[in-house]
Design a protein around this ligand. Sequence first.
Ligand SMILES: O=C(O)C[C@H]1C=CC(=O)O1
Length: 92
Amino acid sequence: MLYAVHMDVQIPHDSDPATIDKLKAEEKARAQDLQREGKWVHLWRVAGRYANISIFDVAGHDELHGVLSTLPLFPFMEISVTPLAKHPSSIK
Ligand SMILES: O=C(O)C[C@H]1C=CC(=O)O1
């Protein structure tokens, strides 16, 4: 199943910079592994914001929740999820 996911990242200003740098490096490695696995099929930066719009291709809601909730930056994210269905006018 395909899902559009919007992630807004809000890191508290008083966070330890070294801890945040480590989490960001771990997040990047995890995001790239998921892309190589074909589960995170699009990852786009929202221009001008520390946010992304992504497309995930996973088995269903439970797998998506498992993936998102174990992202290293998950505690600092506001996430919204939109399940996607086939559009009748799509040629793909
Ligand atoms: O930068 C972000 O949008 C947050 C998160 C998503 C992928 C990644 O590497 O970091």
